[in-house]
Design a protein around this ligand. Structure first.
Ligand SMILES: *Cc1c(COP(=O)(O)O)cnc(C)c1O
Length: 409
């Protein structure tokens, strides 16, 4: 008899986005003539940049020819891509890493979800709240998160609330923490940490021997100079932080799949007897056993993102989304709504009027304005009273959605 890993059974059955789809479908069944606009899309919509598509075609031809066919590649990624990453994302920003500190992956979801395997089950973990659900759920699956209470809080997780009172800047933990997840620019709030604010976290981690897992998936959306693109811009971070990157939101790779994780040689964790063990060889070992590399096509496509044309084409798509974000923030503020984020991220965090719950406001937007948003409570207890809006739609649909919201409120 095979026994189940019963930690899986602790996970709530319903998944936020299927809940939303169910309610939207119910509305559409009752109102078949109404076209509903989604400001809830958590996926990019602009097609891949032309240079990326050309690189894919070239790579496909190579794969079809004797002499240039590629089978299994190196688990950590091809050097051509790791070199391009190193030069463009780090050296050009004054950060010096070595090639073997970069691990190419099939995206940041797998890596942020898998990385916790390197830690004992009884580490304490802290997350900012609200947060991308993968960090908590992956810890639940291995039995590190305890059990969930009615408010949606896991007993084994330390929540660092981000709310209006603290300007969505989490306070440093009051108790001992071993592993801290940070995601900036943030999904779902669209807020960022300045260099000075991030420095407090790095200093905290160094002082209390904590490890920071830093998700930089939205780094490409940063507009302001005082917002760091990488945690390694902060002195000392290479001793206490691992960083996750993704081409998904940067270059439209959500359907193509490519990302990378930085594990500096200086990051160490402790054994029970107090010896220090570097994480880099452990992650390499883990990847070599459980991961067989990202496809050659994806890696050639990702390499093309760093060419001069690639950078220009990518910037154009990001500008497109950020124009939506600007328009959304301006028009929602104009009708008196309290809206946060959206300056250095494709997400806006909208406070519901009159203290309405997230789901109540979701229904009101759907039935009143025919616009879909994402209930903030789905991202954690501190998300109650907010909804997330995304800038990933077309200009036309976004404008039309804003007209409808303005008419309704
Ligand atoms: C979209 C997203 C990612 C990227 O995931 P991929 O697996 O690379 O597509 C990572 N982290 C956050 C917070 C995200 O929203």
């Amino acid at each position: 008899m095979a026994l189940v890993n019963d930690h899986f059974l602790k996970l709530p059955n319903s998944y936020l986005f299927s809940d939303i789809a169910k309610r939207v479908n119910a509305f559409k069944a009752q109102n078949p003539k109404v076209d509903v606009i989604s400001l809830g899309i958590g996926d990019v919509t602009r097609p891949l940049p032309p240079v990326v598509v050309e690189a894919l075609h070239r790579a496909a031809d190579e794969m079809g020819a004797e002499g240039s066919f590629h089978g299994y590649g190196p688990e950590q990624g091809y050097d051509f891509l790791r070199k391009a990453i190193l030069r463009n994302d780090f050296v050009d920003r004054g950060i010096h890493l070595s090639l073997d500190e970069i691990f190419v992956s099939d995206g940041a979801k797998s890596d942020t979800g898998n990385f916790q395997e390197l830690f004992r089950w009884d580490n304490s973990i802290a997350v900012t709240d609200p947060i991308y659900p993968v960090y908590i759920d992956s810890n639940v699956m291995i039995g590190r998160a305890g059990t969930v209470d009615e408010s949606g809080r896991w007993t084994g997780v330390i929540y660092l609330p981000c709310n209006v009172e603290n300007g969505f800047i989490p306070e440093l933990p009051q108790q001992r923490v071993d592993v801290i997840y940070l995601c900036y620019p943030n999904n779902p709030t669209g807020m960022t940490l300045t260099r000075k604010e991030l420095r407090r976290w790095v200093n905290y981690a160094l002082k209390y021997d904590a490890l920071i897992l830093f998700d930089a998936a939205y780094e490409a959306y940063i507009r302001h100079d005082d917002i760091p693109h990488s945690i390694y811009e902060i002195k000392g971070a290479r001793k206490c932080a691992v960083e996750f990157h993704s081409f998904s939101k940067t270059a439209g790779f959500t359907g193509l799949r490519c990302g990378y994780t930085v594990v500096p040689h200086d990051v160490t964790v402790a054994t029970l007897t107090g010896e220090r063990v570097p994480l880099n060889p452990l992650w390499k070992r883990r990847q070599c056993t459980k991961f067989n590399g990202t496809s050659y096509l994806s890696q050639r496509a990702a390499e093309a993102v760093y060419t001069p044309e690639g950078r220009e084409q990518v910037a154009k798509n990001i500008d497109y989304y950020m124009e939506n974000a600007r328009m959304m923030k301006e028009r929602l503020s104009r009708i008196g709504m309290k809206v946060y984020g959206g300056d250095d991220a494709p997400y806006l965090w909208l406070q519901t009027p009159d203290g309405m719950t997230s789901w109540r406001f979701f229904e009101q937007m759907l039935y009143g304005a025919h616009v879909v948003c994402t209930p903030g409570v789905g991202f954690g207890p501190s998300g109650e009273g907010f909804v997330r809006l995304t800038a990933f739609g077309s200009h036309e649909a976004t404008e039309e959605a804003l007209d409808r919201i303005s008419r309704f409120y």
